[in-house]
Design a protein around this ligand. Structure first.
Ligand code: FAD
Length: 940
């Protein structure tokens, strides 16, 4: 029985991606093989040739790449400029007898008056009356972004034709989180000025092979692989997960020792697992797909002017069965026979019936020739008479009624092929099913990837599929992150250039035969690190800079590059699918809980137990962290990743040592400040920390300078400063000490962030704590000995109790871990801003739980800070949407509503005022606890 380490099933783009990566890495300990049931590689991305010499792809296959590695592979396979034709994308929507340039909503001017008004009204309603909740179904999404006019005229009928599923049965997460609202101003302006705008974005071109159609790309890629490892015509009939063996339909068996990467349709895979797995089989019943019929028509004659240089056309209406037509002859002169080739006419378009034979029998005549290619969908929700005779007849009749063909056009060649699994449908149930199936398979060492392997349409194009294969290999071999599978939005919003073929190739060459040495490991690790960093950055952008991305989205309103067939959404699908990740809010909540606990413990030790040695306490905590990380390193695998990237002296001195120095310096300076300044004034000065952190992040290159973020943080800081406004006794030296304390604290936080995300030596949070805790402990011990040692006696320690001190050190250890995790998952700025939130919570809790009063100044200041935080979190667009919603509510409630709201506000204000008068202005319990505990505890 044949046995390999990694077995790849499927020679489509995904399987070829896996094979290419395995070959490229050529790891000595990884034997691999690829099997495919077809007689050639390429899968759905192949090209057929009719007897008459016309080429037809599996529908309009256009390459839009999101990956440098994918481009490298294509350039290697077809390296000459003359191997490719480059085209400008030109597409139209057939609507109410007009050719409306895509995107539809920019060109409403071409519609009849009544429909123009309807579309505009719908769009205005969508903008002015936003739905209270985020859309869940695709239909809701369409209505909320484009309104019911465009929905009824174009989006709903068109998408039903594409997906063969009503839009109400589809989810909208696959479109990405950030959605481009159509530019209403521009739409209205175009209608008034009777103007059209195609507004093609910068990525408006695509390349197509000069010969052989799309299939030629994949056969060329296949040719760069060792042929002896590829077995065609071998259908996998059974996958035995106990013996890790696949059985082919001829009875032969192949064993995989490490991993099976399969690109077969997931529903089929689930059904051939042996022993059967009822959980995955049941889940797979929730996966829905549609079948694609591809029809090709070869026509005699010069390409007519009415067709021009159009690339593809969309058909939402029911005067034809197809949803898209491609002028395939426009892609390459090689897609049809040369003009001198003599072919008989089958019949004219107008005379084509069910009975027409599919081959010409008349007199041969010369060309020239041109061709059209159509796509028609079918599913249980959209059944079809799918016999070739019927499909050809209805398609050709539809081409005539939509003016693509004239009745007298001579048809010389026809083609029809049905692809059972054509489109993986993003139904409402899809993600639930995938969440069950993919992890269950992974546990068995099986990675099911690809258009139907992982069933995610949003990453189901050729470039995505290829990279799903590449990333699957990296996951098997190095434990790499599969960004395409896990973060489609992110992948689609950028050019992904972490992996490059030439560099890696060079590395392999230099290694003389592909030994897995440190260099190769580092390359892969760097890719993974960059990927993780991007996810982290993206997450923080997701929570911070929504505005930025929305703006980007608006720019790419017409960008179709992410979809093989833009289900005209106008969205380019960026953003992060964080379904598989813990939400950053969880880390913030844990940090706030731990931080508050440590504050209270410290307050108890420092003041109630009269133990005035804050630096000693901090030194103890860091010593505890030093010991704890070492014990964990010895007894668990939690810190094993430190071996992958051992820290050398130069890294240690450049990144770890400065953290210890900054930490100690910030403690010394802020403790000195307490000698000269009041606690209230210090609190006010400390409120500026986020701004300093922001500058430090910019200074260290951890974030791009942004006026918007600065203004945002400034508002928060201003709010906190107002809230902390107390008696201010300005003492210059005290302010200088505090300023230095803040600068060192900000530097420390940003350096921790850098340590956690730098591509050179990125480490996980626990490992970084393992490195910098002893440095901090040593510095702090020395400082404690100088500043506090002379006063500290063993009795003081015994009075507090060693077990209690150790317990609080354990809580502080968890706090330190949560700090580094929070910085790693978000950023140092988010950490400091979480501190503002914590202060607000502390003050509110003390008011609500203990009846502590809040001053008017605090309410005012914290309201500004809270508003600033919301702005920071949601971005301008969402804030505007909230305000618009509030305004529309106000107008709905009318005068009565306004009176009620005023009454409510007056009562609320009176209540607050009464509480204020009743309790007076003297209790600051929790806040002072926080401040007192902060005294000498700069890292809370
Ligand atoms: C109508 C249509 C239009 C498209 N347009 C575009 C476009 O414009 N741009 C774009 O980038 N992409 C487009 N695509 C998507 C593109 O075709 C896919 O991205 C790509 O083919 C997916 O590759 P894959 O390897 O995941 O799957 P497939 O291409 O389906 O390959 C799977 C392979 O597995 C093999 N296999 C299946 N079952 C077995 C078995 N039991 N045993 C052995 N082998 C098996 C098959 O023979 C096949 O070769 C389009 C797809 C369709 C259907």
């Amino acid at each position: 029985m044949e046995s390999v380490d990694v077995l790849v099933i499927g020679g489509g783009p995904t399987g070829l991606g896996a094979a290419k990566r395995l070959h490229h890495l050529s790891l000595p300990n990884i034997e691999w093989a690829l099997v495919d049931s077809a007689d050639r590689v390429g899968g759905l991305a192949t090209t057929d040739t009719t007897k008459e010499g016309f080429l037809f792809d599996v529908g309009g296959h256009v390459i839009f790449s999101h990956y440098a590695y994918f481009d490298d592979v294509l350039n290697e396979a077809l390296p000459h400029p003359e191997d490719w034709h480059v085209h400008r994308r030109i597409s139209y929507v057939r609507s109410l007898g007009n050719w409306v340039p895509y995107p539809y909503q920019n060109n409403l001017a071409l519609l009849p008056q009544k429909e123009k008004i309807r579309c505009l009204e719908g769009m205005i309603d969508a903008v002015t009356h936003p739905a209270p909740n985020k859309p869940v179904t695709f239909d809701e999404w369409i209505l909320s972004t484009m309104g019911d006019g465009i929905a009824d005229l174009f989006m709903r009928p068109y998408n039903f034709k594409v997906w063969a599923v009503p839009t109400t049965r589809m989810q909208c997460r696959w479109l990405g989180e950030r959605v481009a609202a159509p530019n209403l101003k521009m739409v209205v302006k175009n209608v008034i000025e009777d103007k059209c705008s195609e507004s093609w974005g910068p990525n408006s071109t695509f390349r197509f092979p000069a010969v052989g159609g799309t299939g030629c790309i994949w056969s060329a890629v296949g040719n760069t692989l060792p042929q002896e490892k590829i077995r065609l015509g071998a259908k996998v009939a059974k996958v035995n997960t106990d013996s890790r063996t696949v059985t082919l339909d001829d009875g032969k068996e192949i064993t995989w020792k490490k991993n099976l990467i399969t690109t077969m349709p997931l529903d089929y895979l689930c059904s051939v697992l042996d022993p059967p797995r009822s959980d995955v089989v049941d889940a797979a019943k929730n996966l829905f797909y549609s079948t694609t019929h591809v029809v090709g028509v070869g026509i005699r004659g010069k390409r007519p002017d009415r067709i021009g240089d159009k690339c593809w056309l969309y058909f939402p209406e029911d005067d034809c069965p197809f949803y898209r037509a491609t002028i395939f002859s426009n892609y390459s002169p090689g897609n049809q026979p040369e003009a001198h080739v003599r072919l008989p006419t089958i019949t004219t378009a107008g005379q084509w019936t069910h009975e027409t034979p599919t081959e010409g029998r008349g007199k041969d005549k010369e060309g020239p020739y041109w061709s059209l290619m159509f796509e028609i969908s079918e599913s249980t929700m959209k059944p079809l008479d799918s016999t070739t005779a019927s499909i050809l007849a209805s398609t050709i009749a539809g081409a005539v009624s939509t003016t693509l063909l004239q009745p007298e056009d001579e048809i010389v060649s026809v083609y029809h092929r049905a692809f059972d699994h054509g489109y993986p449908t993003p139904t409402l149930e899809r993600d639930g099913a995938l969440d069950v199936i993919l992890p269950a398979l992974k546990e068995l060492g099986i990675l099911s990837r690809g258009r139907f392997g992982s069933w995610k349409y949003e990453v189901g194009n050729q470039d995505h599929s290829f990279m799903l294969g590449v990333e699957a290999v990296d996951a098997c071999v190095f434990g790499g992150v599969e960004l395409t599978l896990g973060n489609p939005d992110m992948i689609n919003s950028r050019m992904n250039d972490e992996r490059r073929l030439p560099n890696a190739k060079k590395a392999v060459k230099e290694l003389g035969g592909g030994e897995v040495d440190e260099e190769k490991r580092r390359e892969v690790r760097e890719n993974m690190e960059n990927a993780r960093k991007l996810v982290a950055r993206k997450r923080s952008i997701g929570s911070i800079g929504r505005t930025t991305t929305t703006v980007k989205m608006e720019k790419s309103t017409t960008d179709q590059k992410t979809q093989e067939l833009p289900p005209p959404t106008t969205a380019s699908q960026p953003a992060v699918a964080t379904r598989d990740a813990i939400h950053p809010a969880f880390y913030v909540a844990v940090w706030i809980a731990l931080s508050s606990s440590v504050i209270l413990f410290n307050k108890y030790i420092l003041s109630t137990l009269r133990f005035p040695f804050p630096i000693f306490l901090t030194a103890l905590h860091m010593s505890f962290a030093t010991a704890a990380t070492r014990i964990l390193a010895k007894t668990t695998k939690m810190l094993d990743s430190r071996h992958e990237n051992p820290m050398d002296w130069s890294q240690w001195s450049k990144s770890v040592l400065p953290i210890g120095v900054a930490f100690s310096a910030s403690l010394i300076f802020s403790n000195q400040a307490y000698i000269y300044l009041s606690v209230a004034f210090i609190q006010m000065l400390k409120a500026t920390t986020p701004v300093v952190v922001l500058f430090a992040s910019w200074g260290f290159g951890m974030a791009a300078p942004s006026k918007k973020v600065f203004m945002n943080v400034f508002v928060i800081v201003l709010g906190v400063m107002i809230a902390s406004y107390g008696e201010i006794h300005f003492v210059a030296i005290g302010v200088a000490f505090q300023a230095l304390g803040i600068v060192f604290e900000a530097t420390r936080l940003v350096m921790v962030q850098k340590l956690l995300s730098s591509s050179g030596h990125k480490m996980d949070p626990m490992v970084s704590l393992h490195y910098f805790a002893p440095v901090c402990a040593s510095f702090l011990t020395v400082i404690a000995m100088v500043f506090e040692g002379p006063r500290l006696s063993i009795e003081d320690i015994l009075r507090v109790g060693v077990p209690f001190l150790l317990f609080t050190a354990a809580v502080a250890f968890m706090l330190n871990v949560s700090v580094v995790i929070l910085i790693g998952r978000t950023s140092s700025l988010v950490l400091t801003l979480s501190g503002v939130l914590k202060d607000i919570l502390l003050v509110s809790a003390s008011f609500l739980l203990f009846g502590d009063p809040i001053t008017g100044t605090q309410i005012f200041g914290y309201s500004i800070a809270l508003g600033g935080l919301m702005w920071y979190k949601m971005g301008t667009k969402e804030m505007e949407a909230v305000l618009i919603r509030a305004k529309s509510l106000k107008s709905k409630f009318g005068r009565l509503g306004r009176r009620k709201a005023t009454a409510f506000l007056v009562m609320f204000a009176t209540g607050i005022a009464m509480l204020y008068v009743y309790y007076g202005d003297h209790v600051e319990t929790l806040k002072s606890a926080a401040m007192a505990a902060r005294h000498g505890y700069g890292h809370l």
